[in-house]
Design a protein around this ligand. Structure first.
Ligand SMILES: Cc1ncc(COP(=O)(O)O)c(C=O)c1O
Length: 397
């Protein structure tokens, strides 16, 4: 079956964050929203059909986790990431960001230090600071148009109080698929300093065609297996984040018990019945959809990268290896972070994420979501081009 990613679907007035929070975030509704990380593609029909079928029954009562939920996840991870999980390692969490927060609360103490690698997905900062832990920053370096890890700095930033490292694997916003050798070096340093690794692998299934495959951090060595909390979810890749469905994977029994005790004590170990149904449908029927979606997204990435190269070379895109997000460097545009963002919103009519929210290294950057029909992207790029032309002609007068 061929899926249609060109279909334009109006999401206004569905309470979609992407469309219906523009006014609050950008001060105007008059933007093409290319920000929050969900897709403007139709959620696949095999998911919608599974939910519709359940709606034929008129009672939406309390529901247990389906007996085949964890086995569907285990089969999926074995097939796609060549990692064999044991059934007792896995369980449900109501969202990855909540999962990160539970890991912080259950596996570290107040005032412990937690290492992160900015620019990075900003809730990593929230789950640390709002739980009264302290952030250590190992800022990523850019080399040949990609983020790389400064390992000397990684080790230097570890303090005697550092007990956890939160890894974004693959990385948001840079789209890096970390290589096995990079992960092994991380493991070596974390082992030396006795640090627990929390690996957020929500983008694991979003590796774009032609790139190295995703490597789950916990799969690289025995040490990593015993010292890692991994989170995965079908939410990004199948466009069901509104259903809130994710899983933890923790091989080590001691770590797992602490985490699960916290989850149960907080009464946060259950999902809703639609999240279960949708997740099962994704893991049982989703392979072909993912392949087609990733090809389409790759086409969108190439379109934006070529457009910028040919028309607006003062904006430099970091080409993602995974995800539908492009990290744009606006330094050569000659504007500070605020002005750059305002220019995109108010002159070009484009709503992107401001780079500075991703922490140190995010200044003068923007994050652009390209998971939308190509026509929308073409319109966005033309609006940007026109706005830059206007700005240039105004300043040359
Ligand atoms: C790295 C990363 N982790 C987690 C999330 C969100 O996870 P959830 O919606 O399951 O809390 C996102 C969404 O953009 C993300 O990019």
């Amino acid at each position: 079956m061929t899926y249609n990613f060109d279909e334009i679907i109006d999401r206004h007035h569905t309470d979609a964050v992407k469309t219906d929070r523009c006014k609050a975030l950008f001060g105007t509704d008059d933007v093409i929203p290319l920000w929050v990380a969900d897709m403007d593609f139709r959620t696949p029909d095999f998911v919608l059909d599974a939910i519709r079928k359940r709606l034929e029954h008129p009672i939406l009562g309390y529901t247990v986790l389906p007996h085949n939920f964890n086995s569907a996840l285990i089969n999926w991870i074995k097939k796609r990431h060549n990692w064999q999980l044991q059934p007792e390692w896995v369980g449900f969490v109501p969202g990855i960001v909540p999962g990160l927060s539970f890991a912080v609360q259950s596996l570290t103490k107040t005032n412990d230090h937690i290492l992160v690698q900015p620019p990075v997905y900003f809730p990593f900062f929230h789950v640390t600071e709002r739980n009264h832990r302290v952030l250590n920053y190992n800022e990523l370096k850019e080399e040949n148009g990609k983020f790389i890890i400064n390992f000397d700095d990684f080790e230097q930033k570890i303090t005697p109080e550092t007990t956890m490292f939160i890894l974004c694997n693959p990385h948001n916003p840079g789209g890096r698929v970390w290589k096995r050798e990079e992960l092994l070096r991380i493991a070596e340093i974390c082992e030396k300093h006795d640090i627990i690794v929390v690996s957020d692998e929500i983008h694991a299934d979003m590796v774009l065609p032609g790139n190295t495959k995703h490597t789950p951090f916990a799969s690289i060595s025995d040490w990593a297996k015993e010292h890692t909390v991994t989170f995965m979810a079908p939410s990004k890749v199948f466009n069901i984040p509104g259903l809130i469905s994710s899983s933890y994977i923790i091989a080590n029994a001691g770590l797992r018990h602490k985490f699960v005790n916290f989850l149960e004590a907080s009464e946060m170990n259950n999902g809703n019945l639609f999240s279960y149904i949708a997740t099962l449908a994704c893991y049982e029927k989703g392979e072909d959809w993912i392949t087609q979606m990733l090809n389409y997204v790759q086409g969108n990435v190439e379109y934006v990268v070529n457009f910028l190269k040919n028309n607006l070379p003062q904006i430099n895109p970091m080409i993602p290896e995974a995800s539908f997000l492009i990290w744009l460097d606006g330094k050569e545009f000659g504007m500070n972070t605020e002005d750059l963002h305002n220019f995109f919103v108010h002159e070009a009519g484009l709503g992107l994420n401001k780079g500075s929210v991703f922490g140190p290294g995010g200044e003068n950057h923007l994050r652009m979501n390209v998971a939308c029909p190509r026509k929308i992207l073409e319109q966005a790029m033309n609006q940007l081009n026109d706005a830059v032309y206007k700005k240039q002609t105004a300043s040359s007068k």
